[in-house]
Each structure stands twice: as structure tokens, then as C-alpha cells.
Design a protein around this ligand. Sequence first.
Ligand code: ADP
Length: 476
Amino acid sequence: MSLRMRLSLRNTLAFRLTLWYAVIFSLSSGIAFLLFYSLVTFIIRDRTDQELIGQARRFATILSTKGAEEVAKDVVIEAQAAGVRKVFFRLLYPNGQTFSSSNMSYWKDIPVNLDAIKQLLQGTSYVIETIVIHDRKQKVRIIYTMLGPGIAIQVGESMEGYSRFLDIFKGILIFTMAFLLLLAAGVGWFMAKRAVSGVGVITHTARKISAGIFEERVPVEDTGDEIDLLARTFNEMLDRIHLLVKEVKEMSDNIAHDLKGPITRIRGAAEVTLTTSHSMGEYENMAASIIEECDRLLGMINTMLMISKTEAGVDTPSLENVDISNLLENTCELFLPGAEDKGISLRCNTPDTIHLNGDVRMIQRMLSNLLDNAIKYTHSGGKVDVSLSDNGSGKILISVSDTGIGISPEELPHIFERFYRGDQSRSTSGIGLGLSLSRAIARAHGGDITVSSAVDKGSTFTVTLPRREAVIGNRS
Ligand code: ADP
């Protein structure tokens, strides 16, 4: 394995998870083993101490019933029975001198602890100590106690058997721990790899997408876990980006298309005038039509900018208290002559006064767009009704209904898109930005626009706006 591969392996999440898992596992199992080992050691020592105390008590009873000589005989027999290399007994005077003992040839290096005898004389019942015989690497547990007045006893027991048991026990524990640690690292690695495998799939997909395969999606497994959720969210995000890219592409196509017409017309007018006309009047006419076309272009560009800024929250409504009833009346009056000219009856039904917080210029632009469309897409003899109402729960509703050409169900979902124009509308003037701007304005005020329509029967556009507090911001 190369150094780079090893370094990159060390950086992987799976490796770090495994490491954490192994460290935590070994720490906790190490502590558990240590506690267990200490407990076993404590129990063994305690049992030895109890044995030694039991022996001493028996000799104390013999001393009180049969005398010191009997005890002196007994210690020899007792040591031989248990094994002279396992236990020893020393009967001592209060000054520490031995007056009798079991066979001490094996234990000749064990001294008498005078301090212990002193403590016994001061009233301590037992003094217990552990002595290590270094040449033999052997531990001896020793107890001192008074057997009777003027006689103390030193009882010792070799811990060799127990030490051997503890060494074996320790070896088994270390071996088991090492085995479990390896097992834990293996299981941890397997689990970590499994857990992060989903991330690998997502990374793989992201790489493919960045290489240009935009249709690629992460496979979703319906497990309902975090990775599954991440995969779903990732796919949703990709769908959304895909849609946005499509929209941006369509919009740039539309812009190019919509700019091409006026520019071609401007160029055509200039070319024709230059090649054919000579009078000042004709030049003036050309200039006038170029100005007209330029105004249309500027209007379109300004509207596009306004939509973008309003949607992005850059152009925020400058809020003021607006008498919406009055504003609606005035807007209807502006459109009345145009409606009359086309033979359309325009009625405006507004209650006395309804106020809201909003931007007058923006709201007026929105109402104008809706009224303009209603009149534009209604044949002579038709009707346009505008009404204003308060729904009683803090929202006001403005509806613009017409008996015009209507919108087909296929076209309905698209009419708020930028530059979208219905099939039947292509013969009428317009650039397909009016509804996009109107909806951006309504949303910037914390409201929205909905539409219901039937082909050849008419359409109703309903604007909902909050009555007092306007929420300023963009909603996509
Ligand atoms: P424009 O009117 O310039 O085409 P709009 O954004 O205002 O652009 O409207 C988008 C499309 O929605 C229109 O082209 C038309 O097909 C449809 N539309 C809008 N208002 C009406 C209406 N009142 N009646 C029928 N169709 C409508």
C-alpha cells in the first residue's frame, strides 16, 4: 500500500470511526478487566487472611485449654500436614524471640517484625503483612496475633499457588482482550464501512454530475435511515437545480427571441430609410419608430429587472398605509375608456374603505397588469368585474374576472412563468412578463395570486394580500 493510499485511508471517516470504536472499546473493557482482576485478587487475599486468622484462633484455644507445650507440638504437626513449604508457625515471646516453631528451614529468611509485636502489645488484635522473597519471586502472607498472655504467634502462608493462578488469570484476560480488540476493530470497520457506503454512492453520483452527466441520480433504498434521507434530499436538490437550469435556459432563449424582433425591426427601418428615403420627414419618421421600439425594449428589460429584484428581495416594497378601495377605483377609471372602446363592460365593486400596508406603485402595477390582461383577452360584448373584499381573517381579496377567451388546463400551470404566452395570445400585444411581475409583487407583500379559468368562458384572477402587516421577502 503506497504512502498516499495509507494517508488517504487515515483520513477516511470509516477509519476514524473504527479507531474511535476500538479506543472506546479497549478503554471500557480494560477498565472492566482491571476491576475484575482487582476483585479476584482482593477475594483471594481475604480468603488467605481468614484462613490464617482461623489457624491462630485454633492455637489460642489449645493454649488456653492444654498449655504452651501442646501448642508447640501442634504447630509442627500442622505445618507438616499442610506442607512445610506452604505454611509456617513461629511462637514468640513479647520481645520477639522465638521459643518454638514449625520447620523453618525453607523460611529462614523471614524475619520477625518487632513493630508488629509492639502493635499487638498496644492492643491491636491482628497485624497482617505481605513479604516478597526476591530470590524465589515468592509472596508470603503473614499474620501476627497474641495467643495468650506473653505468647504471640507468627503464621505465614505462601501465596505461590494463588500467584500462579492470578498470573494465568491475567494471561487469559490479556489474550481475551487482545482478541476482542481485534474483533471489535474488525466489526467496527465493517459497520463503519456499511454506514458510510451511502456517502460513497452520493460522492460517486456528484462526480458523474460534475463531469456533465446531469441526469444521474443517487439510488434510493427505502431504508428510512439518515443516508437514505440524504440521498433523497440530494436527488430533490438535483431535480430543483435541473429545473432551474432549464428555466434559465428557456428564459435566455425567450429573451434572445424577444430582443431579436425589435432589433430586427429597428435595423430594417434604418436600412430602408437609408436606402430609399431622402426627405427630412422620412428620417424623422424613422427616428420616431426607432424610439418607439427602443422604448418597448427598455420597458421589457426594466420589467425583467423588476421581477428579478422583487423575487430576490432586492426591491422591497416601501410600505405605507394604502386605501386599497380608492386605489382600485382609480385603476378601474384608467382602464374604463379602453374597455368602452372595445365594447366591454368594466365594473368595479369596492367597499367604502379597506386599508392595507403596501407599496402603492407596486400594487398599482399589479392591478394594472391584471386589468390590462382581462380587457385584452376578452372579446367585444364581454364583461370584466373587479371586486374587493375582506375575508375577516386578516386577508383581503381582490378578484378580476372576465368573460374572455379563458386559459386551457395545459397552459394554466405556465402562465406565471417569465415570457410565457398562451397559444391564443400570440396575436395580441404583450411580452409574457405581466403575470410574473404581478405574482412577484403579491408575494413580496406576503400574499399570492391564484387563477381559475375555463376556455371560452373566462378567467378569474384572485390576489390575496395581508390586511395590515405586510411580510416583505421573497418566496419561490
Ligand atoms: P402577456 O399578457 O403579455 O402575454 P402575461 O404574463 O400577462 O403576458 O400573461 C401570460 C399569459 O397568460 C398570456 O399570454 C395569456 O395566454 C394568459 N392570460 C393572462 N391573463 C389572461 C386572461 N385574463 N384571460 C386569458 N388568458 C390570460
